[in-house]
Design a protein around this ligand. Structure first.
Ligand SMILES: [Zn+2]
Length: 435
């Protein structure tokens, strides 16, 4: 352990500090906490990236108005792929085989552009997120520090981030996390641009990792490095003037990072369903936002064993009325697939059919409320088979094709859902939020 760099989230320093080990030229018995204050990344890229904002947007407009116009307008799904192949740890559930497993399943199930022509579009050449994008959610000391830590990671192969849940970093983590966030932002650009000329813009799906919803403003957490969905929400406001953003987080775990980023903000509604008592233990039902943001955070913990029936009821009785009342300009989704009954990390009983229902219903909600503007961001999902089948079913829902869930799901191992506890939770949330 003394030969690994350890990252400490400072509770008083406003960011991450890095405990440097002997490989950095220090005596291993005399570690020093060094607060990183300079960043080559920032000094080199921040100013030039600011200049690039306009050109990157005019670039994407050019693309939509150019020879690809017909192709973009008929698209029902547009997805980007950022697999972060270098950000990997052996035997870790959040590993580099996750995104390739999804892409392979899409190929096998004939849900790629090769089989679907212009109906399904893969976004190529998306941009990397800038420091300015990331700093809209995270502290600069965290971003500086993570970039600096890459030097240590290149020497050691892998570093562990203390106080952040079991989160690791490799020498490529910083760059690959910027790429992941950028893959989401570019989808926001594409979907928003398409919505200007079509009532049925494609749904965006960022097949990205590392995931983001646990990452808090001051640091990484729970396998998550940068808050991809939170960064996209701020980007939609700043760059596209979409003031009101509705975020649905159906990952089995509470999206505490997104929750914290917008807890005081009345213009970003954060709605999370999660397993009661699961990691990280936050997201209690009476955590409803603070100050001006009171009422714009909805946390619905559900008892272990909750499944398809619970989620369908929650969707119609909680998610729909919350979204209708909020009246968003765009819907962003933290799409975690670890609520699947086969997932090893939690105890929900969602099926691939549940994820088809969610994708189809959220698409419909976006159509009714915000011109169809909707982007999904991959979060959890650690059983590669149920993860990839569930994403494929989401694609099928987006293109309006019949679900194949009954052929993919095995129902033999499902047990009765805790319907009384679910009803109690729904009644309580309706009372708390006056739904
Ligand atoms: Zn999760």
């Amino acid at each position: 352990m003394e030969h690994q760099a350890m990252l400490h989230r400072s509770i008083f320093g406003g960011g991450v500090q890095f405990l440097l080990g002997p490989h950095m030229g220090m005596n291993e018995h005399n570690h020093s906490l060094i607060s990183i204050t300079k960043s080559r990344f920032f000094s080199k890229h921040l100013i030039s990236q600011r200049k690039c904002f306009k050109s990157s947007i005019s670039c994407s407009s050019e693309k939509l108005n150019g020879p690809h116009e017909r192709k973009e307008n008929t698209a029902k799904v547009i997805y980007s792929v950022a697999p972060a192949m270098g950000h990997n740890k052996e035997a870790h559930p959040e590993c580099s085989s996750r995104v390739p497993a999804i892409v392979n399943a899409l190929e096998k199930l004939e849900l790629t552009p090769k089989f679907r022509g212009s109906e399904i579009v893969q976004l190529q050449n998306f941009r990397t997120a800038t420091a300015e994008d990331i700093a809209s959610v995270h502290t600069k000391s965290y971003i500086f520090g993570l970039e600096k830590a890459m030097e240590q990671a290149s020497e050691q192969g892998i570093i562990h981030i203390d106080g952040s849940g079991p989160t690791y970093a490799t020498s490529t983590t910083f760059n690959e996390s910027l790429i992941a966030a950028g893959a989401g932002l570019s989808l926001v650009d594409s979907v928003v641009e398409a919505s200007k000329t079509s009532e049925n813009p494609p749904v965006g799906f960022a097949l990205i990792r590392p995931p983001g919803h646990h990452a808090v403003p001051k640091g990484p957490m729970g396998f998550c490095v940068f808050g991809n969905v939170a960064i996209a929400a701020r980007y939609a406001q700043r760059v596209h003037g979409l003031k009101r953003v509705f975020i649905i987080d159906f990952d089995v775990h509470h999206g505490n990072g997104t929750n914290d980023a917008f807890y005081d903000d009345p213009d970003i509604f954060f709605l999370s369903t999660h397993q009661d008592g699961s990691y990280p233990g936050t997201g209690k039902i009476d955590n409803i936002g603070h100050g001006d943001g009171e009422g714009a955070t909805l946390n619905l913990p559900l008892a272990g064993g909750s499944g398809d029936i619970a989620m369908r009821t929650v969707f119609h009785q909680v998610i729909v009325p919350s979204a209708q009342r909020f009246n968003p300009d765009i819907i962003l989704v933290s799409a975690g697939y670890d609520g699947h009954v086969l997932d090893p990390l939690a105890n929900f009983q969602f099926t691939t059919g549940t994820y088809y229902m969610l994708a189809s219903s959220i698409k419909q909600l976006a159509k009714e409320l915000c011109g169809g503007r909707c982007v999904f961001f991959l979060e959890g999902g650690y059983n590669l088979k149920s993860l990839s089948n569930s994403v494929a079913e989401s694609f099928r829902a987006f293109i309006g094709e019949k679900s194949m869930a009954t052929q993919l799901d095995e129902f033999g191992f499902l047990y009765d859902e805790p319907s009384f506890k679910v009803k109690q939770a729904i009644d309580r949330i309706k009372h708390l939020h006056s739904l």
